[in-house]
Design a protein around this ligand. Structure first.
Ligand SMILES: *[C@@H]1O[C@H](CO)[C@@H](O)[C@H](O)[C@H]1NC(C)=O
Ligand SMILES: *[C@@H]1O[C@H](CO)[C@@H](O)[C@H](O)[C@H]1NC(C)=O
Ligand SMILES: *[C@@H]1O[C@H](CO)[C@@H](O)[C@H](O)[C@H]1NC(C)=O
Length: 201
């Protein structure tokens, strides 16, 4: 019995101490662009990250966007946005990358203009909270394709048989006992099964 009450006091003390430590909310990513993201040559692509700075909101130093290098850093910084929302672009990239976000609403939005095939790279952002804090990072793989490639991908048949449901309103005629014709309207679900290509030899 005595042992039990000591354990209970220990539990209360631990709970109180860890409870006050757990109150820190670390930065986290709420939303990120699809990866890979596909873009058509010549078009503008927008990468949108939504983050939550948590308790480090007032420590935000800058948001940097650039070309990502494994295992995890920005090889080439393309654009940096300071905590007042002013962006600074790498001189040779001024006509190809831009800032379209809003730090007040924790939206990091970067645009790549007039994308080319050679822009198919891994890009990333780093949200810096000063040297003493771990930065928040995010990456996206860009795939630039020609308009023709984009069209073909769109009409590619599925490789595996996928049943497709079509909801078709049909009219069904029935004949009752008295021989007169009744019209019954109903919704019929038609199941279309595309034959699998793997089955054809
Ligand atoms: C952000 O950059 C602008 C323009 O260079 C500058 O005026 C401002 O002081 C900078 N803000 C901070 C917090 O460094
Ligand atoms: C940024 O977001 C804040 C808060 O949502 C809003 O009040 C402000 O107008 C936005 N600024 C711009 C330039 O859109
Ligand atoms: C089929 O369409 C009818 C009318 O448009 C609708 O009431 C019904 O819910 C649909 N059924 C399905 C399975 O989508």
């Amino acid at each position: 019995m005595k042992k039990r009450s000591i354990l209970w006091i220990c539990y209360l003390v631990i709970h109180w101490v860890t409870g006050s430590i757990q109150a820190i909310v670390y930065p986290s990513m709420i939303d990120a662009p699809d990866t890979p993201t596909r873009a058509i040559i010549g078009k503008t692509i927008t990468f949108r990250w939504h983050y939550n700075s948590g308790d480090l909101k007032d420590d935000l130093y800058e948001v940097v966007f650039g070309i990502w290098k494994s295992p995890g850093f920005l090889k080439t910084k393309l654009i940096a946005v300071n905590s007042s929302g002013f962006s600074l672009t790498r001189p040779s990239y001024e006509s190809s990358v831009g800032w379209a976000g809003n730090l007040t609403s924790s939206m990091a939005v970067f645009e790549l203009y007039n994308v080319k095939l050679e822009d198919s790279k891994k890009y990333g952002i780093v949200v810096e909270y000063g040297l003493q804090n771990t930065p928040l990072t995010g990456t996206v793989q860009l795939q630039v394709v020609s308009e023709l490639q984009a069209k073909f991908r769109h009409t590619d048949p599925p490789k595996t048989a996928t049943p497709q449901q079509r909801n078709v309103t049909t009219v069904v005629y029935t004949t009752n006992k008295l021989g007169s014709t009744e019209t019954v309207k109903g919704n019929v679900l038609i199941l279309l099964v595309r034959p699998s290509q793997e089955c054809v030899h």
